[in-house]
Design a protein. Structure first.
Length: 323
């Protein structure tokens, strides 16, 4: 036979309170319901557990044995509930966070730092991939939450906006046009550094070259935002990146900005999560942290000082450091 845990808990409370009426008040049940549950327990065990003959009820010898076992079972049940809740909050398996290249470079490190602060024993991995691969991983449930710089291909997942990303055309600080307003014609001799195929940033820069009628301009393929930043710094070419990813370099003069007209349009950073399974409590926390970090790390467009008429607009290439 199998014992009913609810009946055992009621039986223990009756003994603890010294009566059915007192136990009913504590349990917010009717006295008849409490009495019925204890009777059912006695019937299933085929023995009397409570001596009801005196002014105050007390356990029979069999009841005392069951009471000791019941306390252990209830404690074990409480432990099981705590273990399940802990597992829901922090998965035993490593938490996998997906990201596209540009966002993974500048947004997720701050999120991972906060996760580590709140969950020092947690295990997590950031997987950086193309939007197409990230979308596939979300649909298959291999990634619970993914962050992308722009919309992902349609699929079986939910998406919501985290922030709007200001895009900036960067150059070396000693570039002759650094900080100036430039026309597309003045960029015709430049080498444009492209991120890896599949990157949203790459697509946006190629679309911009098409809009500027610079489809035949020289290009160079690189991998990762860090390699693009370094290549631009040493004068290998110019490139398009999210302002967030270079705000410190712009602030300290490591890189400079080219103010091309028409300029690049901002894009949306999105959080995406799988529909293959419910999000864990920890993944819900991750979504909340993504919103917090995206809100606090949004750089503002640098102020351009007024200049004398007829001169080109020159600006100090600078970003803002969030508090």
């Amino acid at each position: 036979m199998r014992l009913n845990l609810n009946q055992l808990a009621i039986f223990a409370k009756v003994i603890e309170c010294g009566g059915f009426s007192a136990a009913a008040q504590v349990l917010f049940l009717s006295q008849s319901s409490v009495s019925k549950q204890v009777q059912n327990l006695e019937t299933s065990l085929r023995t009397v557990l409570v001596d009801r003959s005196g002014p105050k009820i007390r356990p029979t010898p069999a009841g005392r044995v069951l009471l000791a076992q019941t306390k252990e079972m209830l404690a074990l049940a409480d432990h099981a509930v705590g273990a399940v809740q802990a597992a829901a909050r922090w998965p035993i398996e490593r938490l996998v966070v997906g990201s596209t290249t540009a966002v993974g470079d500048y947004l997720l490190p701050a999120v991972m730092r906060e996760l580590r602060r709140r969950e020092p024993d947690g295990l997590f991995t950031v997987v950086v991939n193309s939007p197409e691969c990230l979308a596939g991983a979300l649909e298959q449930g291999r990634v619970g939450v993914g962050v992308a710089d722009g919309p992902l291909p349609p699929g079986r997942y939910e998406s919501e906006q985290l922030a709007s990303d200001d895009m900036v055309l960067i150059c070396a600080p000693d570039h002759p046009l650094a900080g100036q307003e430039v026309t597309p014609a003045e960029l015709s001799s430049e080498s444009f550094l492209l991120l890896e195929p599949g990157s949203q940033t790459r697509r946006q820069l190629l679309e911009l070259l098409h809009a500027w009628d610079l489809v035949g301009a020289r290009t160079l393929d690189l991998w990762g935002t860090e390699s693009v930043r370094e290549a631009v710094r040493i004068g290998l070419g110019v490139s398009l990146v999210p302002r967030r990813s270079v705000r410190f370099e712009l602030l300290h003069g490591v890189l400079a900005e080219l103010h091309a007209r028409p300029g690049p349009a901002p894009r949306t950073v999105t959080a995406n999560w799988t529909l293959a399974r419910p999000l864990s409590t920890y993944e819900e926390l991750l979504l909340s942290l993504l919103h917090e970090v995206a809100d606090t790390s949004t750089p503002t467009t640098p102020h351009r000082p007024a200049v004398a008429a007829g001169e080109r607009d020159r600006v100090t290439s600078a970003g803002t450091v969030s508090a």
